[in-house]
Design a protein around this ligand. Structure first.
Ligand code: PMP
Length: 994
């Protein structure tokens, strides 16, 4: 039921479908003719859009009139149209950036297609026309006082700025209603149709875009970003749109929406539905009310690539090139170096260096001192990791985000360094809030020079810098205006000047944003041009030399695209990369990874960074030892022996002999050789979908590889036990599955015995990782080990994934099964990222292996690796990470089970400690034998990729790639679990998980 028409779907005998529209009484015949003409006009146009690649090309269908308009009784009109398939954009979840871009393109496409259309009966007045927003003004009497203030503000702006300009703006016949209910999307999530021509009219052409923007901005955390995306799509299709009145037309349309709703509420108070649409419009108006309109204009100009976007900035830069500022800091004749504080900066080093302000101060002071520099300069446009903690996170349209792009320039130097006014000025404002942004004392000057008005900001000043200064105080070029503050008075930062230029203060006083979100960086950097020329060497009458003359600026790093291309040409072709849009990670901090834009990702994948990415204790242990000695094990060294002692102390007493290696693969390779030395055969038992490494022998026992792509099946000497999966596998009775799955070992060994073959041993992961986080059923290893030992083989526990406290209840995964293996292989977590592995075995096995042939490993057991390993064990112990893994893991499992209760697609939640997984499935059709579930592989891939967009790294695994794995650094805590699950629950509701 529409406002004007009642709509019916008709299905004809042969299946063709139509829309029958019957108007409410009193419909206008001329308008019906007009609507018919516009549909006929569009039917002749090619409404195709989309960019490369092919997958995002789309084509819009529009209804075509069928037969004549029929006059019914009671002045109702009946018309028949062809049915257009698709579901409304409003039902699509989520509306991606790409879809918003396409939405803008649709608006551009309509503008283009209707440019040559005219009709004598085209309406020229309509209440939903943004240009007529002022007509809704009387309805403001139904608004609350707060709403009235917001509405009055926007209507006044409209009246003052846009109303007089309306006659000068180009007009055309517009569709005039490109919102979520009228745009249809197909199965692939691409636009496919357009319906409802009831709002079409002659109006200002730009309204087509304004209406799309008004709706795209609703119900998203950052409406301006969403509107920008729509504008970019519009611009791509139809360049040259003027952004100037867009904001007033967008808010104008929103005001019509809320005013109409208020009116309806009064007329039909019993119908709460009429209010539903008003809430998001009000929420959006309220948000827009808090943004400075000139900032909005800057954002819109940027999105529409309008020439004005850069004009002011360019004019200022050109003027500055020939101006002669007094240098803000006297750097001439002083030693100056570039200081890099970007996300991946090696100058900055470990995260502890910037998280603690004393340490930060010392770090920078030492860096300057080591290089014999008086000053360090840098930071304009730099992306910094400094504010990427939870406290600084805000919600963007794709998950949490941080203001990371630095808008000023920093000069690091001695406390008390004087600062000079670059030009004549008056004091604009002062800020003395040391707590708010870590800014300390702030001075802002206003300059008027040869037609240029601009502002300069000086932050982190000493408390006694500004006596007698207040807004309006005149300052002369070259006057000393302030001094560098000490950390106790400047907001806690090392002594430096934050120096920024603003072309527009946007009504700020005493402060100005010093950092911007990466997606808004273009706009903010354009408002805040590079202040470097103001640090120039000053000689009266000569143009300023750019401060870069003082030193070599850092070389530009390769972009992500360049890296990808270089990697593809010069690295092994079988090297894969995670995600369709690869990540360019440059820093690890505890349970997080940061990319070059400072975006922080919660890493739930990396069990190598066991105690946290770049844990300072481990980093320092490596750095200190690497600086002194790194040799092989043929000399005596304390680290080697102590590390071996530390490691065996965590294991059952039988496992007392250590061989150090450099990876999990090497560990398993060695363990397999031990089996052969012990038994005289290479015959091995392994588990389906198991993975043990990349060496030849390790591959030969890795079903994940030889049964996977490019594999050639199990070699003759390897026999596989079925995946002991109690959820979807052959045996699902928890109480008996361990014995049932273990019994396969007995059968294979009996086969071998019958054929006169010996058994080398069994290798198995203590929880199967590539197999899909399969927790071994109770009694499984006991059963398998029993058979293998009876047959004379050895039992290897592969702890490469799960060892070192991760499973929580125990230090080693095999302990969950109450067994003691003959050989334990350890890798990933042991060095926290430093390449380090170990094989620990019983003395009997070690003796059998030591048959005269030396085992020498150039790198294994070197003093640096051993220092790293010792530090890891120490941190696990001292930070109580095993108990923490148990607590956090159980907590997360509980949360996941709560989500499971609402999302039946989660078939199973399993795992131990912080080695968890959940499996996505569909109920199997009744006909499918022996299986109640089918894997939801596509949904798992969607979930993984979508979570990445939202800032969470997860991986998928299992034979059907339908298991989501969670195995984060052990410092992952309950707060992270809450956050992760909140977003998982959100994504599970999205279309991609259906
Ligand atoms: N064993 C298991 C269970 C593994 O998961 C892996 C690595 N994914 C390895 C061994 C091989 O370790 P690496 O990659 O360090 O050689």
């Amino acid at each position: 039921a529409g406002e004007v028409d009642l709509n019916f779907r008709l299905t004809a005998e042969r299946g063709e479908r139509y829309t029958l529209k019957i108007s409410r009484p009193g419909a206008d015949r001329k308008k019906a003719d007009f609507e018919r003409a516009i549909m006929e006009h569009l039917a002749k146009k090619e409404l195709a859009g989309g960019q490369l690649p092919e997958e995002v090309r789309f084509r819009l269908a529009v209804p075509r009139p069928v037969g004549e308009v029929i006059q019914l009784e009671g002045s109702r009109l009946a018309r028949l149209q062809t049915w257009v398939d698709g579901r409304p954009l409003g039902e699509v979840n989520p509306i991606s950036s790409q879809l918003r871009f396409d939405w803008g393109e649709v608006a551009g496409m309509l503008t283009e297609a209707l440019a040559d259309f005219d009709h004598p009966h085209a309406p020229v007045s309509y209440k939903w026309n943004p240009s007529q927003t002022l007509e809704a003004r009387p309805l403001a009497r139904y608004f609350s006082p707060e709403q009235r203030e917001i509405a009055a503000y926007f209507w006044e702006r409209f009246e003052r700025e846009t109303l007089p300009a309306l006659p000068t703006l180009p007009t055309s016949i517009n569709f005039n209603d490109a919102h979520e209910q009228n745009l249809l999307v197909n199965e692939q999530g691409l636009f496919c149709g357009l319906i409802d021509f009831g709002d079409a009219m002659r109006t200002q052409t730009i309204n087509e875009l304004a209406i799309a923007c008004a709706y795209a901005g609703m119900s998203v955390p950052d409406p301006l970003q969403a509107m920008s995306e729509v504008m970019k799509g519009f611009h791509w299709r139809r360049p040259g749109a003027a952004p100037d009145h867009l904001f007033n037309l967008i808010t104008g349309r929103l005001l019509i929406t809320v005013a109409t709703a208020a009116d309806n509420a009064r007329k039909e108070p019993e119908n709460p539905y009429l209010q539903v649409s008003a809430a998001p419009a009000w929420a959006l108006l309220k948000k827009l009310r808090s943004v400075h309109p000139r900032l909005v204009t800057a954002i819109f100009r940027n999105a529409l690539w309008s020439a004005e976007a850069e004009e002011e900035n360019l004019a200022f830069r050109h003027w500055l090139e020939q101006a002669s500022p007094h240098p803000v800091v006297a750097l001439a004749d002083r030693s100056v170096i570039a200081l890099d504080l970007s996300v991946g900066s090696l100058d900055l080093g470990n995260h502890v260096n910037y998280e603690d302000s004393d340490r930060f101060t010392r770090r920078i002071a030492r860096h300057l001192e080591d290089r014999g520099a008086d000053f360090g300069v840098g930071g304009y446009g730099e992306t910094r990791p400094v504010y990427t903690t939870d406290d600084f996170a805000t919600e963007g349209n794709s998950g949490p985000r941080w203001r990371t792009v630095h808008l000023g320039l920093d000069v690091w130097g001695p406390v008390g360094t004087p600062i000079f006014a670059p030009f004549d000025a008056t004091v604009h404002s002062l800020g003395i809030d040391p707590t708010q942004h870590g800014y300390g004392h702030v001075l802002i000057l206003e300059h008027q020079e040869e037609g240029q008005t601009f502002f300069t900001l000086y932050g982190h000043l000493s408390a006694d810098s500004l006596p007698g200064m207040r807004a309006g105080t005149p300052v002369q070029k070259g006057d000393e205006i302030a001094r560098f503050g000490a950390p106790d008075e400047n907001g806690g930062w090392p002594p430096h000047l934050h120096f920024q230029v603003m072309l527009d203060m946007l009504d700020y006083e005493g402060d100005f944003p010093g950092v911007a979100y990466p997606e808004e960086a273009d706009v903010w950097l354009s408002l805040c041009p590079d202040p470097a020329p103001l640090l120039g060497r000053y000689r009266p009458g000569e143009p300023a030399a750019v401060f870069a003359d003082y030193f070599d600026p850092p070389a530009a790093a390769k972009t992500g695209e360049e890296l990808l291309r270089a990697r593809q040409s010069s690295l092994g072709y079988s090297l894969s990369i995670a995600y369709r849009q690869p990540l360019h990670i440059v820093r690890g901090v505890r349970q997080f990874l940061l990319d070059t834009s400072g975006r922080r990702y919660l890493d739930t994948v990396n069990n190598v960074a066991h105690v946290g990415h770049e844990h300072p204790r481990v980093v320092e242990a490596i750095q200190r030892q690497a600086a002194v000695l790194n040799t092989n094990t043929r000399y005596l060294h304390d680290n080697l022996v102590r590390f071996a002692e530390d490691l065996t102390a965590t294991l059952p007493p039988e496992l007392s002999v250590v061989h150090f290696v450099n990876s999990g693969s090497e560990a398993n390779e060695l363990a397999l050789r031990m089996c052969e030395a012990w038994s005289g055969t290479q015959n091995m038992l392994a588990v389906e979908v198991g993975y043990h490494g990349n060496t030849s022998r390790a591959i030969d026992v890795s079903s994940y590889k030889f049964d996977g792509k490019g594999g050639r099946g199990a070699p003759g000497r390897t026999r596989l036990l079925p995946l002991p999966d109690v959820f979807r596998g052959r045996h699902r009775e928890a109480a008996t599955a361990g014995k049932a799955y273990g019994a396969y070992a007995g059968r294979i060994l009996a086969d071998w015995a019958e054929a006169g073959e010996k058994a080398g041993g069994f290798i198995g992961e203590s929880i199967l990782s590539c197999g899909g986080q399969i927790v071994l059923p109770e009694g499984y290893l006991q059963e398998v080990y029993g058979h293998v030992r009876k047959a004379g083989g050895l039992c290897i526990a592969d702890e490469v994934q799960v060892g070192v406290g991760r499973v929580g209840s125990h230090f080693w995964g095999f302990e969950l099964q109450g067994v003691v293996p003959d050989i334990v292989t350890i890798g990933k977590p042991l060095g926290n990222g430093h390449p380090l592995g170990a094989v620990v075995c019983t003395p009997a096995v070690a003796r059998a292996f030591a048959n005269g042939m030396e085992y020498f490993n150039t790198f294994g057991g070197n003093p640096v690796s051993c220092a790293a390993g010792r530090a890891v064990l120490q941190v696990v112990r001292e930070e109580g990470l095993q108990a923490h893994a148990l607590d956090t893991g159980n907590y997360l499992k509980r949360l996941l089970r709560q989500v499971q209760a609402h999302h039946p697609i989660i078939g199973d939640v399993r795992g131990e400690g912080l080695f968890l997984g959940f499996e996505l499935v569909h109920p199997a059709p009744a006909a499918a034998p022996n299986s109640s579930f089918l894997p939801a592989t596509r949904q798992a891939a969607y979930l993984k990729n979508r979570m990445r967009e939202l800032g969470f790294l997860l991986s998928t695994d299992g034979p059907d790639e339908n298991v989501i794995k969670i195995k984060p650094p052990l410092c992952f805590h309950r707060g992270n679990a809450d956050h992760l699950v909140e977003y998982l629950a959100r994504v599970l509701q999205e279309d991609g998980c259906r």
